[in-house]
Design a binder for this molecule. Structure first.
Ligand SMILES: [Zn+2]
Length: 503
Protein backbone atom coordinates (compact mmCIF):
# COMPACT_ATOMS: atom_id res chain seq x y z
CA UNK A 1 0.00 0.00 0.00
CA UNK A 2 1.53 3.33 -1.02
CA UNK A 3 -0.31 5.42 1.52
CA UNK A 4 0.84 7.05 4.78
CA UNK A 5 -0.50 9.36 7.46
CA UNK A 6 1.62 11.52 9.78
CA UNK A 7 0.27 13.78 12.47
CA UNK A 8 1.37 17.39 12.99
CA UNK A 9 -0.20 20.76 13.90
CA UNK A 10 -0.71 24.20 12.43
CA UNK A 11 -0.76 27.52 14.26
CA UNK A 12 -3.87 29.62 14.98
CA UNK A 13 -3.09 32.34 17.49
CA UNK A 14 -1.87 30.49 20.56
CA UNK A 15 -3.73 27.33 19.55
CA UNK A 16 -2.25 24.50 17.55
CA UNK A 17 -5.05 22.57 15.82
CA UNK A 18 -4.32 19.07 14.53
CA UNK A 19 -3.31 18.53 10.92
CA UNK A 20 -2.89 15.14 9.29
CA UNK A 21 -0.36 14.90 6.49
CA UNK A 22 -1.62 12.33 3.96
CA UNK A 23 0.80 10.97 1.41
CA UNK A 24 -0.20 8.96 -1.62
CA UNK A 25 2.27 7.42 -4.02
CA UNK A 26 0.44 6.88 -7.32
CA UNK A 27 1.43 5.26 -10.57
CA UNK A 28 2.04 7.31 -13.67
CA UNK A 29 4.65 9.92 -14.39
CA UNK A 30 6.78 10.89 -11.36
CA UNK A 31 5.58 14.18 -9.91
CA UNK A 32 4.93 16.05 -6.68
CA UNK A 33 1.90 18.07 -5.67
CA UNK A 34 0.57 19.49 -2.42
CA UNK A 35 -3.21 19.90 -2.53
CA UNK A 36 -4.27 23.51 -2.00
CA UNK A 37 -0.76 24.96 -2.15
CA UNK A 38 0.44 27.26 -4.92
CA UNK A 39 2.86 25.97 -7.53
CA UNK A 40 5.77 27.96 -6.10
CA UNK A 41 5.07 26.86 -2.50
CA UNK A 42 4.87 23.26 -3.71
CA UNK A 43 8.16 23.62 -5.59
CA UNK A 44 9.86 24.96 -2.47
CA UNK A 45 8.59 22.11 -0.27
CA UNK A 46 9.65 19.51 -2.83
CA UNK A 47 13.09 21.11 -3.13
CA UNK A 48 13.78 21.04 0.58
CA UNK A 49 12.27 17.64 1.34
CA UNK A 50 13.91 15.93 -1.64
CA UNK A 51 17.36 17.34 -0.85
CA UNK A 52 16.98 16.41 2.83
CA UNK A 53 15.99 12.82 1.98
CA UNK A 54 18.80 12.37 -0.53
CA UNK A 55 21.39 14.00 1.79
CA UNK A 56 20.34 11.52 4.46
CA UNK A 57 21.24 8.59 2.14
CA UNK A 58 17.57 7.64 1.85
CA UNK A 59 15.65 7.07 -1.36
CA UNK A 60 13.35 9.63 -2.99
CA UNK A 61 10.27 7.65 -4.12
CA UNK A 62 9.94 7.91 -7.91
CA UNK A 63 6.14 8.00 -7.98
CA UNK A 64 3.39 10.46 -8.68
CA UNK A 65 3.32 11.90 -5.16
CA UNK A 66 0.24 13.64 -3.76
CA UNK A 67 0.39 15.37 -0.39
CA UNK A 68 -2.80 16.48 1.35
CA UNK A 69 -3.01 18.41 4.60
CA UNK A 70 -6.29 17.66 6.35
CA UNK A 71 -8.54 19.35 7.36
CA UNK A 72 -8.18 21.55 4.32
CA UNK A 73 -9.77 24.66 5.87
CA UNK A 74 -7.06 25.16 8.53
CA UNK A 75 -4.61 27.97 7.87
CA UNK A 76 -1.38 26.43 6.61
CA UNK A 77 1.76 28.23 5.77
CA UNK A 78 5.51 28.00 5.92
CA UNK A 79 7.98 25.17 5.83
CA UNK A 80 6.78 23.70 9.14
CA UNK A 81 5.35 20.65 7.34
CA UNK A 82 8.71 19.57 5.88
CA UNK A 83 9.48 16.96 8.52
CA UNK A 84 6.06 15.25 8.62
CA UNK A 85 5.96 15.21 4.81
CA UNK A 86 9.43 13.63 4.62
CA UNK A 87 8.50 10.99 7.20
CA UNK A 88 5.24 10.28 5.35
CA UNK A 89 7.19 9.72 2.14
CA UNK A 90 9.54 7.32 3.91
CA UNK A 91 6.63 5.35 5.41
CA UNK A 92 4.70 5.24 2.14
CA UNK A 93 7.80 3.99 0.32
CA UNK A 94 8.40 1.39 3.05
CA UNK A 95 11.71 2.82 4.20
CA UNK A 96 10.15 3.32 7.67
CA UNK A 97 7.57 1.03 9.34
CA UNK A 98 4.14 2.68 9.93
CA UNK A 99 4.47 1.89 13.65
CA UNK A 100 7.37 4.36 13.90
CA UNK A 101 5.06 7.33 13.33
CA UNK A 102 1.89 5.99 14.99
CA UNK A 103 0.82 7.80 18.17
CA UNK A 104 3.40 10.49 17.53
CA UNK A 105 3.39 14.00 16.14
CA UNK A 106 6.23 15.64 14.24
CA UNK A 107 7.33 19.25 14.06
CA UNK A 108 10.30 20.68 12.23
CA UNK A 109 11.67 22.37 9.14
CA UNK A 110 14.25 20.60 7.03
CA UNK A 111 17.51 21.98 5.76
CA UNK A 112 18.90 20.83 2.41
CA UNK A 113 21.50 18.78 4.31
CA UNK A 114 18.80 16.85 6.16
CA UNK A 115 19.16 18.91 9.37
CA UNK A 116 15.98 19.42 11.44
CA UNK A 117 15.39 23.03 12.45
CA UNK A 118 13.00 24.37 15.10
CA UNK A 119 10.43 27.00 14.15
CA UNK A 120 8.37 29.66 15.94
CA UNK A 121 5.36 28.07 17.53
CA UNK A 122 7.01 24.71 18.34
CA UNK A 123 6.11 25.18 22.00
CA UNK A 124 2.38 25.62 21.27
CA UNK A 125 2.44 22.54 19.04
CA UNK A 126 4.27 20.30 21.52
CA UNK A 127 2.06 21.47 24.38
CA UNK A 128 -1.10 20.61 22.42
CA UNK A 129 0.31 17.22 21.36
CA UNK A 130 1.29 16.43 24.94
CA UNK A 131 -2.20 17.32 26.14
CA UNK A 132 -3.55 14.93 23.49
CA UNK A 133 -1.34 12.20 24.99
CA UNK A 134 1.06 11.84 22.07
CA UNK A 135 4.83 11.77 21.84
CA UNK A 136 6.61 14.29 19.62
CA UNK A 137 9.53 14.18 17.25
CA UNK A 138 11.29 17.55 17.05
CA UNK A 139 14.61 19.28 16.37
CA UNK A 140 17.30 18.75 18.97
CA UNK A 141 17.96 22.47 19.30
CA UNK A 142 15.91 23.85 22.21
CA UNK A 143 14.34 20.45 22.96
CA UNK A 144 15.33 20.27 26.68
CA UNK A 145 13.60 23.63 27.34
CA UNK A 146 10.48 22.53 25.48
CA UNK A 147 10.46 19.24 27.41
CA UNK A 148 10.78 21.07 30.72
CA UNK A 149 8.06 23.60 29.88
CA UNK A 150 5.54 21.13 28.49
CA UNK A 151 6.34 17.94 30.39
CA UNK A 152 6.07 16.17 27.03
CA UNK A 153 7.74 12.95 25.89
CA UNK A 154 10.05 14.14 23.15
CA UNK A 155 12.28 12.37 20.70
CA UNK A 156 14.77 14.94 19.45
CA UNK A 157 17.33 14.62 16.70
CA UNK A 158 19.71 16.94 14.87
CA UNK A 159 18.84 15.49 11.45
CA UNK A 160 16.42 13.30 9.54
CA UNK A 161 18.64 10.19 9.44
CA UNK A 162 19.25 10.05 13.19
CA UNK A 163 15.55 10.73 13.85
CA UNK A 164 14.63 7.75 11.63
CA UNK A 165 17.08 5.56 13.57
CA UNK A 166 15.48 6.59 16.87
CA UNK A 167 11.96 6.04 15.56
CA UNK A 168 12.78 2.46 14.56
CA UNK A 169 14.14 1.77 18.04
CA UNK A 170 11.65 -0.04 20.30
CA UNK A 171 12.79 2.05 23.31
CA UNK A 172 13.82 5.48 22.02
CA UNK A 173 15.71 7.92 24.23
CA UNK A 174 13.39 10.67 25.43
CA UNK A 175 14.70 14.17 26.06
CA UNK A 176 15.43 14.74 29.74
CA UNK A 177 13.37 17.50 31.33
CA UNK A 178 16.12 19.13 33.27
CA UNK A 179 16.68 22.58 31.86
CA UNK A 180 14.32 24.96 33.61
CA UNK A 181 14.18 28.68 32.86
CA UNK A 182 16.94 30.88 34.15
CA UNK A 183 15.11 33.16 36.59
CA UNK A 184 18.13 35.42 37.00
CA UNK A 185 18.39 36.12 33.29
CA UNK A 186 16.28 39.29 33.58
CA UNK A 187 17.39 41.77 36.25
CA UNK A 188 15.55 45.05 36.77
CA UNK A 189 17.04 48.17 38.41
CA UNK A 190 16.64 48.10 42.20
CA UNK A 191 14.20 50.30 44.06
CA UNK A 192 17.05 51.58 46.24
CA UNK A 193 18.31 53.54 43.22
CA UNK A 194 15.36 55.89 43.74
CA UNK A 195 16.14 56.57 47.38
CA UNK A 196 16.11 60.35 46.84
CA UNK A 197 12.44 60.28 45.88
CA UNK A 198 10.40 58.80 48.75
CA UNK A 199 7.05 59.77 47.22
CA UNK A 200 7.95 58.00 43.97
CA UNK A 201 9.09 54.88 45.88
CA UNK A 202 5.80 54.88 47.75
CA UNK A 203 3.83 55.29 44.50
CA UNK A 204 5.69 52.35 42.95
CA UNK A 205 5.02 50.12 45.92
CA UNK A 206 1.33 51.08 45.93
CA UNK A 207 1.16 50.42 42.19
CA UNK A 208 2.75 46.99 42.60
CA UNK A 209 0.61 46.05 45.60
CA UNK A 210 -2.80 46.98 44.21
CA UNK A 211 -1.95 46.43 40.53
CA UNK A 212 -2.78 50.09 39.87
CA UNK A 213 -1.84 51.77 36.61
CA UNK A 214 0.48 54.75 37.07
CA UNK A 215 0.95 58.09 35.32
CA UNK A 216 4.10 60.10 36.08
CA UNK A 217 4.34 63.75 35.13
CA UNK A 218 7.67 65.55 35.42
CA UNK A 219 10.41 67.41 33.58
CA UNK A 220 12.90 65.48 31.41
CA UNK A 221 15.73 63.75 33.27
CA UNK A 222 13.84 63.30 36.52
CA UNK A 223 14.06 59.52 36.37
CA UNK A 224 10.69 58.50 34.91
CA UNK A 225 12.13 55.75 32.75
CA UNK A 226 14.22 54.37 35.60
CA UNK A 227 11.18 54.38 37.89
CA UNK A 228 9.08 52.52 35.32
CA UNK A 229 11.74 49.84 34.86
CA UNK A 230 11.94 49.30 38.63
CA UNK A 231 8.26 48.30 38.82
CA UNK A 232 8.41 44.80 37.22
CA UNK A 233 11.08 43.90 39.78
CA UNK A 234 8.54 44.58 42.55
CA UNK A 235 5.97 42.17 41.12
CA UNK A 236 5.68 38.63 42.50
CA UNK A 237 6.39 35.65 40.17
CA UNK A 238 3.68 35.08 37.58
CA UNK A 239 1.00 32.51 38.36
CA UNK A 240 1.43 29.32 36.34
CA UNK A 241 -1.29 30.01 33.77
CA UNK A 242 -0.10 33.54 33.04
CA UNK A 243 3.50 32.38 32.78
CA UNK A 244 2.47 29.71 30.28
CA UNK A 245 0.52 32.22 28.17
CA UNK A 246 3.53 34.53 28.15
CA UNK A 247 5.92 31.71 27.16
CA UNK A 248 3.66 30.66 24.29
CA UNK A 249 3.52 34.21 22.94
CA UNK A 250 7.30 34.60 23.23
CA UNK A 251 7.64 31.36 21.29
CA UNK A 252 5.23 32.51 18.57
CA UNK A 253 7.00 35.83 17.97
CA UNK A 254 10.49 34.32 18.43
CA UNK A 255 11.58 35.96 21.70
CA UNK A 256 13.77 34.20 24.26
CA UNK A 257 11.70 32.30 26.83
CA UNK A 258 11.36 34.02 30.22
CA UNK A 259 8.61 33.83 32.81
CA UNK A 260 9.82 36.89 34.76
CA UNK A 261 7.19 39.69 34.76
CA UNK A 262 8.12 41.42 31.49
CA UNK A 263 8.91 45.09 30.87
CA UNK A 264 8.02 46.43 27.45
CA UNK A 265 8.62 50.03 26.42
CA UNK A 266 7.46 50.55 22.83
CA UNK A 267 8.39 53.85 21.19
CA UNK A 268 5.61 56.28 20.31
CA UNK A 269 6.47 55.98 16.63
CA UNK A 270 5.80 52.21 16.60
CA UNK A 271 3.01 51.10 14.28
CA UNK A 272 -0.42 50.26 15.65
CA UNK A 273 0.07 46.65 14.51
CA UNK A 274 3.35 46.21 16.35
CA UNK A 275 1.81 47.66 19.52
CA UNK A 276 -1.59 46.01 19.51
CA UNK A 277 -0.76 42.90 17.49
CA UNK A 278 -1.73 41.89 13.97
CA UNK A 279 1.23 42.09 11.64
CA UNK A 280 0.88 40.10 8.41
CA UNK A 281 0.62 36.81 10.31
CA UNK A 282 -1.64 38.23 13.06
CA UNK A 283 1.06 37.83 15.69
CA UNK A 284 0.74 39.28 19.21
CA UNK A 285 1.97 42.85 19.75
CA UNK A 286 3.86 44.73 22.46
CA UNK A 287 0.85 44.95 24.79
CA UNK A 288 0.60 41.14 24.77
CA UNK A 289 4.34 40.73 25.29
CA UNK A 290 3.83 42.83 28.46
CA UNK A 291 1.31 40.23 29.73
CA UNK A 292 1.73 39.82 33.48
CA UNK A 293 4.24 42.68 33.61
CA UNK A 294 4.62 46.35 32.80
CA UNK A 295 3.83 48.27 29.61
CA UNK A 296 5.69 51.59 29.72
CA UNK A 297 4.52 54.38 27.44
CA UNK A 298 7.05 57.20 27.69
CA UNK A 299 5.97 60.57 26.28
CA UNK A 300 2.36 59.49 26.40
CA UNK A 301 1.12 62.60 24.57
CA UNK A 302 3.22 61.67 21.52
CA UNK A 303 1.34 58.40 20.97
CA UNK A 304 -1.31 58.61 18.23
CA UNK A 305 -4.90 58.92 19.47
CA UNK A 306 -5.82 55.72 17.63
CA UNK A 307 -3.33 53.75 19.74
CA UNK A 308 -4.41 55.23 23.07
CA UNK A 309 -8.07 54.64 22.26
CA UNK A 310 -7.41 51.03 21.35
CA UNK A 311 -5.72 50.47 24.71
CA UNK A 312 -9.07 50.76 26.46
CA UNK A 313 -10.30 47.32 25.43
CA UNK A 314 -7.32 45.34 26.79
CA UNK A 315 -7.24 47.50 29.92
CA UNK A 316 -10.83 46.50 30.55
CA UNK A 317 -10.86 42.88 29.47
CA UNK A 318 -7.24 41.74 29.78
CA UNK A 319 -7.07 40.51 26.20
CA UNK A 320 -6.98 41.83 22.65
CA UNK A 321 -8.62 40.59 19.48
CA UNK A 322 -6.37 40.72 16.47
CA UNK A 323 -8.04 40.65 13.06
CA UNK A 324 -6.21 40.21 9.80
CA UNK A 325 -7.55 39.12 6.43
CA UNK A 326 -7.82 35.37 7.07
CA UNK A 327 -6.86 35.23 10.71
CA UNK A 328 -8.73 36.30 13.84
CA UNK A 329 -7.04 35.55 17.09
CA UNK A 330 -7.35 36.54 20.68
CA UNK A 331 -4.22 37.12 22.73
CA UNK A 332 -3.94 37.74 26.47
CA UNK A 333 -2.83 41.28 27.36
CA UNK A 334 -3.16 41.81 31.09
CA UNK A 335 -0.49 44.36 31.84
CA UNK A 336 0.15 47.13 34.27
CA UNK A 337 0.29 50.44 32.43
CA UNK A 338 2.96 52.95 33.42
CA UNK A 339 2.80 56.17 31.44
CA UNK A 340 5.02 59.22 31.59
CA UNK A 341 4.65 62.72 30.22
CA UNK A 342 6.20 66.15 30.53
CA UNK A 343 4.17 68.74 32.45
CA UNK A 344 4.01 70.95 29.32
CA UNK A 345 5.32 70.95 25.72
CA UNK A 346 8.71 72.45 26.73
CA UNK A 347 8.90 70.24 29.81
CA UNK A 348 9.70 72.83 32.47
CA UNK A 349 6.33 73.91 33.88
CA UNK A 350 6.57 73.90 37.69
CA UNK A 351 10.39 73.59 37.59
CA UNK A 352 11.97 75.99 40.12
CA UNK A 353 15.22 76.28 38.11
CA UNK A 354 14.10 76.56 34.50
CA UNK A 355 11.56 78.87 32.92
CA UNK A 356 8.59 77.41 31.09
CA UNK A 357 7.78 79.31 27.89
CA UNK A 358 4.45 77.65 27.16
CA UNK A 359 1.20 79.62 27.21
CA UNK A 360 -1.53 78.31 29.56
CA UNK A 361 -3.66 77.60 26.52
CA UNK A 362 -0.91 75.47 24.98
CA UNK A 363 -0.45 73.52 28.22
CA UNK A 364 -4.19 72.88 28.40
CA UNK A 365 -4.28 71.56 24.85
CA UNK A 366 -1.20 69.44 25.55
CA UNK A 367 -2.82 67.78 28.56
CA UNK A 368 -6.05 67.23 26.66
CA UNK A 369 -4.03 65.23 24.15
CA UNK A 370 -4.43 62.11 26.29
CA UNK A 371 -7.91 60.69 26.15
CA UNK A 372 -10.16 60.89 29.19
CA UNK A 373 -11.29 57.24 29.05
CA UNK A 374 -7.62 56.20 29.25
CA UNK A 375 -6.73 58.40 32.23
CA UNK A 376 -9.96 57.16 33.85
CA UNK A 377 -8.30 53.76 34.15
CA UNK A 378 -5.16 55.14 35.80
CA UNK A 379 -5.57 55.16 39.58
CA UNK A 380 -2.21 56.66 40.49
CA UNK A 381 -0.96 60.01 39.27
CA UNK A 382 2.28 61.47 40.54
CA UNK A 383 4.06 64.73 39.77
CA UNK A 384 7.83 64.44 40.00
CA UNK A 385 10.44 67.07 40.81
CA UNK A 386 14.16 66.74 40.33
CA UNK A 387 15.63 65.26 43.55
CA UNK A 388 17.87 67.67 45.48
CA UNK A 389 21.64 67.05 45.00
CA UNK A 390 22.21 66.03 48.65
CA UNK A 391 20.25 62.85 47.99
CA UNK A 392 23.04 61.60 45.74
CA UNK A 393 25.23 61.14 48.82
CA UNK A 394 22.48 59.79 51.05
CA UNK A 395 23.18 56.27 52.30
CA UNK A 396 20.30 53.86 52.16
CA UNK A 397 18.90 52.94 55.53
CA UNK A 398 19.09 49.19 55.61
CA UNK A 399 17.67 46.66 53.18
CA UNK A 400 14.04 47.52 53.74
CA UNK A 401 13.87 49.51 50.50
CA UNK A 402 15.38 46.92 48.20
CA UNK A 403 13.20 45.50 45.43
CA UNK A 404 13.49 42.00 46.91
CA UNK A 405 11.97 43.03 50.23
CA UNK A 406 9.18 45.01 48.66
CA UNK A 407 8.43 42.11 46.29
CA UNK A 408 7.96 39.73 49.20
CA UNK A 409 5.58 42.18 50.90
CA UNK A 410 3.68 42.77 47.66
CA UNK A 411 3.18 39.02 47.13
CA UNK A 412 1.77 38.63 50.62
CA UNK A 413 -0.66 41.56 50.37
CA UNK A 414 -1.80 40.57 46.87
CA UNK A 415 -2.70 37.13 48.22
CA UNK A 416 -4.78 38.79 50.91
CA UNK A 417 -6.61 40.91 48.33
CA UNK A 418 -7.44 37.86 46.24
CA UNK A 419 -8.66 35.95 49.30
CA UNK A 420 -10.91 38.85 50.26
CA UNK A 421 -12.44 39.87 46.92
CA UNK A 422 -11.14 37.50 44.25
CA UNK A 423 -9.15 40.21 42.44
CA UNK A 424 -6.60 42.96 42.97
CA UNK A 425 -7.79 46.33 44.25
CA UNK A 426 -7.34 47.79 40.74
CA UNK A 427 -10.28 45.71 39.55
CA UNK A 428 -12.71 46.74 42.30
CA UNK A 429 -15.64 48.95 41.32
CA UNK A 430 -19.13 49.98 42.41
CA UNK A 431 -20.60 48.16 45.40
CA UNK A 432 -17.70 45.72 45.65
CA UNK A 433 -15.33 48.63 46.12
CA UNK A 434 -17.44 50.19 48.90
CA UNK A 435 -17.88 46.81 50.55
CA UNK A 436 -14.13 46.15 50.49
CA UNK A 437 -13.34 49.55 52.03
CA UNK A 438 -15.42 48.97 55.22
CA UNK A 439 -15.40 52.69 56.11
CA UNK A 440 -16.67 54.00 59.45
CA UNK A 441 -19.37 56.69 59.27
CA UNK A 442 -17.01 59.53 60.12
CA UNK A 443 -14.55 58.37 57.42
CA UNK A 444 -17.40 58.43 54.89
CA UNK A 445 -18.34 61.92 56.05
CA UNK A 446 -14.76 63.11 55.62
CA UNK A 447 -14.64 61.63 52.11
CA UNK A 448 -17.87 63.34 51.06
CA UNK A 449 -16.50 66.66 52.31
CA UNK A 450 -13.22 66.18 50.46
CA UNK A 451 -14.99 65.22 47.23
CA UNK A 452 -17.10 68.39 47.44
CA UNK A 453 -14.15 70.69 48.29
CA UNK A 454 -11.88 69.31 45.58
CA UNK A 455 -14.77 68.99 43.07
CA UNK A 456 -13.82 65.39 42.34
CA UNK A 457 -15.88 63.46 39.80
CA UNK A 458 -17.44 60.18 40.90
CA UNK A 459 -14.88 58.26 38.85
CA UNK A 460 -12.01 60.18 40.36
CA UNK A 461 -13.40 59.55 43.86
CA UNK A 462 -13.53 55.82 43.11
CA UNK A 463 -9.92 55.91 41.99
CA UNK A 464 -8.97 57.51 45.34
CA UNK A 465 -10.90 54.80 47.18
CA UNK A 466 -9.11 52.01 45.35
CA UNK A 467 -5.73 53.53 46.21
CA UNK A 468 -6.85 54.07 49.83
CA UNK A 469 -7.85 50.38 50.00
CA UNK A 470 -4.33 49.42 48.91
CA UNK A 471 -2.76 51.81 51.44
CA UNK A 472 -4.88 50.26 54.19
CA UNK A 473 -3.79 46.80 53.03
CA UNK A 474 -0.16 47.89 53.19
CA UNK A 475 -0.60 48.95 56.83
CA UNK A 476 -2.52 45.71 57.49
CA UNK A 477 -5.76 47.42 58.42
CA UNK A 478 -9.19 45.98 57.79
CA UNK A 479 -10.92 49.34 57.38
CA UNK A 480 -10.01 52.27 55.16
CA UNK A 481 -9.40 55.23 57.49
CA UNK A 482 -9.13 58.99 56.98
CA UNK A 483 -5.31 58.78 56.98
CA UNK A 484 -5.42 56.41 53.99
CA UNK A 485 -7.80 58.71 52.12
CA UNK A 486 -5.52 61.68 52.79
CA UNK A 487 -2.52 59.87 51.33
CA UNK A 488 -4.60 58.63 48.39
CA UNK A 489 -5.47 62.25 47.55
CA UNK A 490 -1.78 63.00 47.02
CA UNK A 491 -1.77 60.53 44.12
CA UNK A 492 -4.57 62.13 42.15
CA UNK A 493 -4.61 63.96 38.87
CA UNK A 494 -4.03 67.50 40.12
CA UNK A 495 -4.19 70.63 38.00
CA UNK A 496 -0.89 72.62 38.23
CA UNK A 497 -0.61 74.64 41.41
CA UNK A 498 -3.32 72.66 43.17
CA UNK A 499 -2.45 71.42 46.62
CA UNK A 500 -4.23 68.47 48.21
CA UNK A 501 -2.81 69.28 51.64
CA UNK A 502 -5.14 72.31 51.75
CA UNK A 503 -7.94 70.13 53.09
ZN1 LIG B 1 6.51 74.69 29.19
Amino acid sequence: MHLAFVQTRCQAGLLAPEVIVEIHLGSGLPGFQVVGFSESATRQIRGRVRSAILSSHLKWPDFNITVNLAPTEQPKEGPRYDLPIALGLLVASQQLPPSSVAGREFFGELGLDGGIHPFRGSLCAVLAATEAGRECGIARHGAPEIAALTGGRLIAAPDLLSLCAQLKDACPKYVRQETALDHDAVVYPDLSQLKGQPLLCKALEVAATGGHHLLMTGPPGVGKTLAASVLPGLLPPLPEKKAQELLLMQDVVGLAASDTPPFRAPHHSSSVASLMGGTARALPGEISMAHGGVLFLDELTEFPHAVLNQLRQPLETGHIRVNRAQHQHQYPAQFQLVAAMNPCPCGFAGDPDRRCRCTPDRIRRYCQGISGPLTDRIDLHITLQRPSPEFLLMKSNGEDHSSGHVRARVAQIQRRQRDRQGCLNRDLSGDDLLKACLMETDTEGWLIDAVAKLKLSARSAHRRLRVARTLADMSEERRVAISHLKTALIFREAPPGDDASAI
